[in-house]
Design a protein around this ligand. Sequence first.
Ligand SMILES: Cc1ncc(C[n+]2csc(CCOP(=O)(O)OP(=O)(O)O)c2C)c(N)n1
Length: 952
Amino acid sequence: MTQNEESTERFWGSFHGPNIGYIEEQYEMYKEDPESVDPSIKELFDQHGAPDWLFKTKDVQLGDQAPSFNDVQKLTSAMKLVEAIRRYGHLEADIYPVGKERDGTELVDPKTYGLTDDDLRDLPAAWLWDQAPRGVDNGYDVIRYLKNIYTGTISFEYDHVNNDQERKWLLENIESGKYHGDLSAEEKRQLLDRLAHVEGFENFLHKTFVGQKRFSIEGLEMMVPILDRIVKHATADKIDNIMMGMAHRGRLSVLAHVLSKPVDLIFSEFHHSPDKELVPSEGSMGINYGWSGDVKYHFGGTREVKGGDESSTRVTMAHNPSHLEFVNPVVAGFTRSAQDDRTEKGYPKQDLDKAFSVLIHGDAAFIGEGIVAETLNLSGLPGYQIGGTIHLIANNLVGYTTDQEEGRSTRYASDLAKGYEIPVVHVNADDPIACIAAITLAYEYRKTFKKDILIDLVGYRRYGHNEMDEPRATQPLLYRAIDEHPTVVHSFADRLLNEGVIDENTLPALQEKVQTDLQTIYDSMKENPLPTLDSIEMPEDLAGDLDQFETAIPYTTLKALHDGLLERPEGFNAFKRLDRVFRRREKMLDEGSKADWGTGEALAYASIIADGTPIRLTGQDSERGTFAHRHLVLYDENTSDTYSPMHGIKEAKASFDIHNSPLSEAGVLGFEYGYSVHSQDTLVIWEAQFGDFANAAQVIFDQFISSARAKWGDKSNMVMLLPHGYEGQGPEHSSARLERFLQMSAENNWIVANVTSSAQLFHLLRRQAALCGRKESRPLIIMTPKSLLRNERVSSEAKEFTEGKFEPLRQQPNSRVSKKNAKRLLLGSGKVMVDIEEAIDNSEENFSWLRALRVEQIYPFPTKELEHELKQLPNLEEIVWVQEEPKNMGSWNFVSDYLRDLLKEGQTLRYVGRPDRSSPSIGDPNIHKIVQNQVVQEAINPSKGGNSSEGN
Ligand SMILES: Cc1ncc(C[n+]2csc(CCOP(=O)(O)OP(=O)(O)O)c2C)c(N)n1
């Protein structure tokens, strides 16, 4: 017994007879409301707690006789009730400020278990809850206390968390009430001040920029103080980076208040264009713009928040396309990249304390968009985990005009998160104190367990989907209620007034000041001139070609890297059959031998990390390679220990990261794209299993990779490897949909290549690494081979690695022709040109009339190189473009314009290949062979014309 307990026992021991009854009665009243008893008695209870006989009597009663069946049943029922409150309390919780009633459940009602209040009072609290705090003395108190915790304006779901330690932490921290409601009067005033600023900002925009969309935060104003708290905690914890992603809703307010984006800049964006004078230069803290720009509620920004000492925390808000939730994996990629130290060989060293991410979701989008699930699935995977994200659902009950009942099959918008064992906190956005409790708990959970947690911030939407939409046409009753509902600023001010924390003048004075300050800023702004047309042109840095980069390396260096790749650590038992394959590689750089695709690729990576540029390579089964050509992670036959040959290279000066990805395209591509934007020193490579699966990531290609630089100024030089080629594997395994990438090619937004030798790949990848961090950098999309991986014809001699550079236009290796005699120039790219090479080799014909060239870089199109070639063909009659893809796919539609421009008087342009098709390829492998052979033969057949001809 502690000293305190002893003195309490002595104190209450002095009461006898009728006094006991009186004290018990007073104590019950005190528990209901401490102010309801006489102050002198209140002081007794404050000082000595509950009269100790309240428990002793029960001990004695049950000790005297064996408990009856009834007693036991009551106890077990009460225990069930306690558990039900913990599990299902959220159904009773008061989390909807307006427009929706609590769901309700009989599971948290004592009557459901046949229990009366007196039954509960008869049970000592400790029997039901060993952590019961002071003042919680019996079963009745326990139920009342826990209901208060679980069914108030904040409620919790964590029963689905299977880890015992986490569940225990959550239970204890939730039930201790430690995070709840302990704001000082000053903190409450600050909170009111913040809310008044948020509301005032929206009001000012509403009346100043009438009829303009801003996707106001109103109804969810607490989003800002919640984010403030995150920044405050992260700064105190010396976190280097907070990476944030969010959609349109409330974005301007978050930019203004959390990211400190100057309000005059926001005002200027409501005019014709942003005032670029207000924009800090690229790379420094601030906001970047591309040249074609975006709407104001898609821009992001950064802010540096100084800690008390030398430290600072950088808050980054990612730019965001309209496509809801697709920013999530991008932000996760930013975060991982900020956590990885890539300066030494081996895998990068990840420090989870360096950064974390915060994602704000819409309630309709979170449950509806599959990219959310793809991103949540990344959270626990070694190659992708980022130490926990704080998710905030900005839950305003409606998705555009769609009610929740039409938008999801689950009860809550957050229910998806439960499958990933993410704890969920639902909180009423009208209760600022509860919202602060929610974020404090969430922050501590993430910090402790480095795992995701979700806050479902339940509010409403003051206006329609945007400010021009009329919501009363589709949600009449909801908006009748919203129209009558006071804003959180007013309801919170009333609460503080009642508590005596503010006086009647506080709020009006605050509101007036906010409006005056904003008006002063607005009045001091000058009207922006309309943008000129040249300000929306691509910058010159991107305009030049890329042949200034030397990518060849000396033979001694190449050989040393090659030998290093074939070394194994002491005692490593490589898989024997695979080892034999590797041993075949040993001599590939010797005189008279050739290096296959896998070797060329590995040499490219090895030389890049030896130059000090880190690499991150991921994709489905990419460690081995879908077609088993790569094997950059080896397994010990006896122990399953792994070893990457890239980590054994003595010369390596940077990390080589490689991971098999989960079965996702949009999620993982978004992640890699984000990684590449944030780490421009790193060559980030994503590989699709087969190229056509990349279309499951179409949004990431369209909204980010191809256009982010023009819209937002975001740079990436990531590489995408897309297996492509017509080999009779059917419609879904032939085409990487090359045409789609070409259709989006413009303004040097990326490079699209289809290369046919290991040395070409080597130089191309090395050129891409050389672009890292430079103004000219841009993404690279490569159509990569499948069967050609094992075809001698794509292998290269050592001197092709040690001399020269990447050739956008490449000679067909066996073009037996004198330039003077060539009548036909045959152009094409990829596997069909290798098939043609073989057909020419196998033919009796001397082909003196044929000149063939491979367009290995399709975009930017090698016009200059082709012009140079054409000058040397004085007798040319026709240019023929051959491709294996159907005519409406592949490169034809893209290259034909360039080719037509190059034709001279009397020359014709002709297409050879499959006709227009709806499906990319034939299903039957035998028919495929016949068709492929027809294409090849037509391309090298001396006779002109045919159905697929096109005249000049
Ligand atoms: C991928 C995608 N599909 C459709 C839309 C069109 N859209 C814009 S906002 C919206 C409703 C979103 O509702 P919710 O997620 O609840 O966010 P809220 O606008 O209510 O804040 C829709 C359907 C979109 N922007 N992105």
